[in-house]
Ligand binder design. Sequence first.
Ligand code: MIC
Ligand code: SF4
Length: 664
Amino acid sequence: MSAPVQRLNLVQKIIQAHLISGNPVAGEEVGIRIDQTLTQDATGTMSYLQFEAMGIDRVKTKLSVSYVDHNMLQTGFENADDHRYLQTVAAKHGVHFSRPGNGICHQVHLERFAIPGQTLLGSDSHTPTCGGLGELSIGAGGLDVAVAMGGGPFYMTMPKVLRVELKGKLQPWVTAKDIILEVLRKLTVKGGVGRILEYTGQGVKSLSATARATITNMGAELGATTSVFPSDENTREYMKAQGRGKDWAPLSADAGATYDEELIIDLNKLEPLVAQPHSPDNVIEVSKLKTIDVQQVCVGSCTNSSYSDLMMVARMLKGKHVHPNVSMTVTPGSKQVFQMIANNGALADIIASGARIIESACGPCIGMGQAPSSGAVSVRSFNRNFEGRSGTRDAKVYLASPETCVACALTGKITDPSTLGKAPKIDVPDKFVWDDDGIIAPAKDPKKVEVLRGPNIKPLPINQPLAETVEGQVLLKVVDNITTDHIMPAGSKVLPLRSNIPAISEFVFNIIDPTFPKRAKEAGGGFVVGGDNYGQGSSREHAALAPMYLGLKAVLVKSFARIHRANLINFGILPLTFVQATDYENIAQGDKLEIPDLKQVIKVDHPFPVKNLTNGKSIQVVHGLTSRQQEIIVAGGLLNWTKQQGTSTTKSTAPKGKTVKNKK
Ligand code: MIC
Ligand code: SF4
């Protein structure tokens, strides 16, 4: 009898082809081979410092790219120094360097590098953007990316595969952004945790590669491991127009493939949608909002800054003026997009409308400039509207399509674009413009490259091995859906300190309780207690590293977001979940907790007690760690563990290179 034919979905196909260890069954740990990596400057300096500490000369991936797109405001020497470090360290170790001004990592990677069927690991939570071209693209902490650059596998719990069937066709003025906002409304910001979304159905055919990338990009807001589209004719057309037709390959699920779960979205029924403050899943039809005055509109970010998006903006603004009460910014996602809209005159129409043009970078999305005025309503084509992220604590940020954004900019009120008449038609050229002079290839002779470090780059703090008993105070108790922006804020003041953990740790939990760093240090460290989906949002490992520096020993929550949990483990902080969610009520801020016999209880994945010494209660928790992760926690983090394994020639001395003196 012949063996039954295995019908695989797209995710299973890519994972099978890259499997290094484990059984790809939902819930089990798998290790996969990584073909490509990307880093950006805000997470990249740490990642390359970690890579250097591993003592590996050249990256072992098919391609690694280091982008500079986040820390672009140079109000002091710090960011410029980090850019210089990134350029020299990339040249030395075989990494391509995308210069400041070349664009947002996800947009540029989609244009110039993504390959269907390959795997991409990026130190940024929106790495899934390249899933729009059928690449399995996953966001991770900088240390995991450093390991992948060194040729190590990426470990993850095999997610469930959720099939999202797109039925029908979008109506005029309704866009890819509205599709993902609808998915967010249905699944919420924690609905994607432990899942990969695979898009299928008739509706897929009507979506361009960049529209698909908008959807996979914002899948990060669901907490999903990633999202992926098949690679088809639209993918081929896009890659051919990028001069990369030879990298294209068709890729789709086998007929009759099975999925763990299913969601159907009827595109015919969608209307323009908007996510209201302060969460990307707080979604409502634009038409249902009562009159809301708008003070700021921003178009751009890795979600919506493609050539088609910018052309739509230009067509809608042509011959019109931005409302006098609105400050509008427009950010092309890449040098390619910028150059093309400049060449065809569309940029002139945008400038004439009174919109403010920003260089190709993350910019206002991460609070790098353009903070709104006090209490302002800001409508943005971005992906996150967490409280305070814009740089203004009491600003109210709404997320919408570029079309809705322009409608708001023209009227000065939150406006459904379909009230503006006929939607312009955008033609995409069959050849994009590129010269790739914004991407610098690695040095042919690495010996000749000197790595230049500025004085802002401080040594990486390393955790202690796990103690037998952990005890301390509950330093902070927080609610559900705490983001990494709450734990380790970004913005123009804090981001330049990403290479300096002692300095950045002074801002930990700043949005919730600015006294946290002082209290943590005085108490000699302790615990944080939280609700569901703790640590959602960005991949920044600083949200683990800086609290570790302040002495955080364990986090007890109802549930974790994937990347943050992995980062806690990487830096030796115990991630614990309540067996009974109601036990959350049995701990108060300030209580003293004790976890005895840790070295024993860590060895098995069973419930064990945490003693609340203040109220005498015993609380059952689980760690859910795989045996590999147990060893990492015992060692005090991944770097210590790697050293113990002897799997790399981790250097105990500081990496070679020049420290550039700065008089400040
Ligand atoms: C974000 O959108 O929050 C960021 C800034 O891109 C982060 C990375 C970082 O904090 O550096 C992300 O999404 O991972
Ligand atoms: Fe940059 Fe914003 Fe995209 Fe993060 S979400 S990569 S800050 S544009």
